[in-house]
Write a protein that binds this ligand. Structure first.
Ligand SMILES: CC(C)(COP(=O)(O)OP(=O)(O)OC[C@H]1O[C@@H](n2cnc3c(N)ncnc32)[C@H](O)[C@@H]1OP(=O)(O)O)[C@@H](O)C(=O)NCCC(=O)NCCS
Length: 243
């Protein structure tokens, strides 16, 4: 049996308790609970849980919860800028290694990063875990599809919710906080906020690192592109979703 993450989302601010996925196995008198193997911080907790399960009379998986950590979210502020830059830099360097070579990662810096317009528009979220910045990302009611303040060709033109797709923008998880639902939480917040403004669809331009998250959130790819404005060509994917 697999329990999936439980999300409780509040568009402006609030808290989220994440329960990690776990697998319940019961064969005869042996009862065990396992997390997915990938998560080092969860593994010790799973070991403890498995011992408790073995020594208890509890047989109902639904009574077991893997309380991992609490994610809180709020709108980003201008005084977050320095911390956001550090997080993005780390995410660009570390989390793209399995998808891009060194030249492409260097090139990515020209076309990724912080767009302060999103903060000023109050469409950019930060997610914290135990008081530490765990991730950031947002959406936009403006035409720019992707890029940071330094990226050329941006447009602040306002979109028309009755015919245009709102944008998902600048999604980053701190490398110590990946696969904890940070990205998924931010996408949910963005979708709720865009819907509240009358948008019925969303679009984004995904990095290869971002693609699995967006697919998991229901976005579908419709065009492959390569951006070489930073030097080496960086493969990207246009994706969209109806709200
Ligand atoms: C993309 C990114 C923001 C994902 O953040 P995240 O908080 O780790 O994502 P989540 O934990 O919310 O993942 C939600 C789901 O997406 C999918 N997913 C996310 N990252 C994945 C990965 N590396 N491999 C496979 N699936 C992945 C999974 O289905 C995951 O659910 P699961 O963990 O329950 O299996 C992060 O990897 C990142 O910062 N990448 C570098 C910067 C970047 O390229 N950003 C995208 C710009 S378009």
């Amino acid at each position: 049996m697999i329990e999936t993450a439980q999300h409780s989302v509040h568009p402006i601010g609030g808290s989220l308790r994440v329960f990690r996925q776990f697998v319940w196995l019961e064969v005869g008198s042996v009862k065990m609970a396992f997390s997915r193997p990938a998560h080092p911080r969860v593994t010790p907790a799973v070991g403890r849980l498995a011992k408790e399960v073995e020594s208890s009379s509890c047989c109902n998986p639904k009574e077991l919860f893997m309380a991992n950590e609490t994610l809180t979210h709020r709108l980003a502020r201008r005084d977050d800028l320095e911390a956001l830059r550090v997080l993005m830099d780390l995410a660009i360097s570390e989390l793209q290694k399995s998808f891009l070579d060194e030249n492409q990662i260097a090139s990515s810096r020209a076309i990724m990063g912080l767009d302060t317009q999103l903060i000023d528009d109050e469409t950019y979220f930060v997610v914290e875990s135990e008081g530490q910045l765990a991730g950031c990302g947002g959406w936009s009611r403006r035409a720019t599809m992707y890029g940071g303040d330094q990226t050329p060709g941006r447009s602040t033109a306002l979109l028309d919710p009755t015919k245009d797709a709102a944008r998902i923008r600048a999604m980053y998880a701190h490398p110590n906080h990946t696969r904890k639902g940070v990205g998924r939480l931010i996408i949910s917040l963005c979708e709720e906020a865009a819907k509240a403004e009358g948008f019925t669809k969303m679009e984004l331009v995904a990095t290869l690192s971002g693609e699995p998250l967006y697919r998991a959130c229901g976005f579908v790819p419709y065009e492959n592109i390569v951006d070489d404005r930073g030097g080496a060509g960086v493969p990207l994917l246009r994706m969209k979703k109806s709200l």
